[in-house]
Ligand binder design. Structure first.
Ligand code: PBG
Length: 323
C-alpha cells in the first residue's frame, strides 16, 4: 500500500507533540464561579441536587471569594436568596437586599476579584417568575422598570458587571439607560442574550428556591429548537448596549455558541448550568465517568466552540487541574 502523503497520527504520537499542536487550552482566567448567598452567619448548606455547591451566608462567602481569587479565577457571579419574597421581588432592588449586602462585603475584602451580579426577579418573587405578573403572565414593560431599579441598586453597592438573566424584551436598553443616567456608564452589561427554556436548570431552582409556582418560563425564555432566533436575540442585545453576550446552557448549545462567536465581534460567555454540572457529578459518583477528564473535556469543548469565558460550578476544580 502506498504511503499516504499526510498521516495525521504523526502529530499525535506523544504528549509533547500533542501539546505543541493543541488548539484550545484552559486557564483559570477562563472561569467565572457562581455563588448562592443567603441570610444568616456561618451558613454553609449543601444543595441536595448539586453536591459540592452550597448556599452561603455572607461571612463564609467572603472567605470563599478569597480562595477563588487565590486560584486565579478572575470573577464570581452572585445569586441571592432573600430573607422574604413578595409579588414584586422587592429584595432584588432594596438598598440592603441580600446581593447588595454581599457585594459591599466582598469588594473591600477581595478588591481584585470581579463581582458580577445576576439580575433577575425570580429568586425574589413569591410566584417564582422572572418579573411582575399581569393576567397570569410576566408583564414585560412593568418588569423593565423593576430590573432597572435592581441594576442601580447593584451598581450602587459596587458590582463590577451587571448580568441580566430575565429575557424581557428591551431590558438591556432599560438597564443601560438607568445606569448611564446615574453616572454608572463604565459598568459593563453581560447579557444572558440567548437563554433557552431549559430542563437543565432544574437543580438551580432548588439552589435558588426559584421554581415558578405555576406554569413555566417558555413565554420569555427561548425555545431549545431555535438557532436562528438566537442570532436575532444577540443582535438586539448588542444594539441595546450589551458588552458581553451569553449563551446558556452551554454543552447542549455548542452550535449556538459557535454561531454567536463567528457572527459577532463581542466577547462571548457560556454558562455550563446546574443540570450540566449535576449530571456529570452524578455519573462521577457512580463511577460511570472519569471526573477529571470529563470536567476538563466539557470545558475545553465549550471554549473550542467559541466561549471567551465560562460560568461553571466546576470553576475551582478546573482551576486546580489546569492552574
Ligand atoms: C434566573 C437564572 C436561572 C439560571 C441563571 N439565572 C434559572 C432560570 O432561568 O430558571 C440557571 C442557572 C443554572 O441552572 O445553573 N433567571
Amino acid at each position: 500500500m502506498e504511503n499516504p502523503y499526510y498521516r495525521p497520527r504523526r502529530l499525535r504520537r506523544n504528549e509533547a507533540i500533542r501539546s505543541m499542536v493543541r488548539e484550545t487550552r484552559l486557564s483559570p482566567s477562563d472561569f467565572i464561579y457562581p455563588f448562592f448567598v443567603c441570610p444568616g452567619s456561618g451558613v454553609r448548606k449543601e444543595i441536595g441536587s448539586m453536591p459540592g455547591v452550597f448556599n452561603l451566608s455572607i461571612d463564609i462567602l467572603v472567605e470563599e471569594c478569597r480562595s477563588v481569587r487565590a486560584l486565579g479565577i478572575p470573577a464570581v457571579l452572585l445569586f441571592g436568596l432573600p430573607p422574604a419574597k413578595d409579588e414584586v421581588g422587592s429584595d432584588a432592588y432594596a438598598e440592603d437586599g441580600i446581593v447588595q449586602q454581599a457585594v459591599r462585603a466582598i469588594k473591600p475584602a477581595v478588591p481584585d476579584l470581579l463581582v458580577i451580579t445576576d439580575l433577575c426577579l425570580c429568586e425574589y418573587t413569591s410566584h417564582g417568575h422572572c418579573g411582575q405578573l399581569r393576567d397570569g403572565d410576566v408583564a414585560n414593560d412593568e418588569t423593565l422598570r423593576l430590573l432597572a431599579k435592581a441594576a442601580l441598586a447593584q451598581a450602587k453597592a459596587g458590582a463590577d458587571i451587571i448580568a441580566p438573566s430575565d429575557m424581557m424584551d428591551g431590558r438591556v436598553r432599560a438597564i443601560r439607560e438607568a445606569l448611564d443616567e446615574q453616572h454608572f456608564e463604565s459598568i459593563p452589561i453581560l447579557s444572558y442574550a440567548a437563554k433557552y427554556a431549559s430542563g437543565f436548570y432544574g437543580p438551580f431552582r432548588e439552589a435558588a428556591d426559584s421554581a415558578p409556582k405555576f406554569g413555566d418560563r417558555r413565554s420569555y425564555q427561548m425555545d431549545p429548537a431555535n438557532q436562528r432566533e438566537a442570532i436575532r436575540e444577540v443582535a438586539l442585545d448588542i444594539e441595546e448596549g450589551a458588552d458581553i453576550v451569553m449563551v446558556k446552557p452551554a454543552m447542549p448549545y455548542l452550535d449556538v455558541i459557535y454561531r454567536v462567536k463567528t457572527e459577532f465581534d463581542l466577547p462571548v460567555a457560556a454558562y455550563q448550568v446546574s443540570g450540566e454540572y449535576s449530571a456529570l457529578v452524578a455519573a462521577h459518583r457512580n463511577g460511570w465517568l472519569d471526573r477529571e477528564r470529563t470536567i476538563l473535556e466539557s470545558l475545553t469543548c465549550i471554549k473550542r466552540a467559541g466561549a471567551d469565558m465560562i460560568i461553571t460550578y466546576f470553576a475551582k476544580d478546573a482551576a486546580k487541574l489546569v492552574g
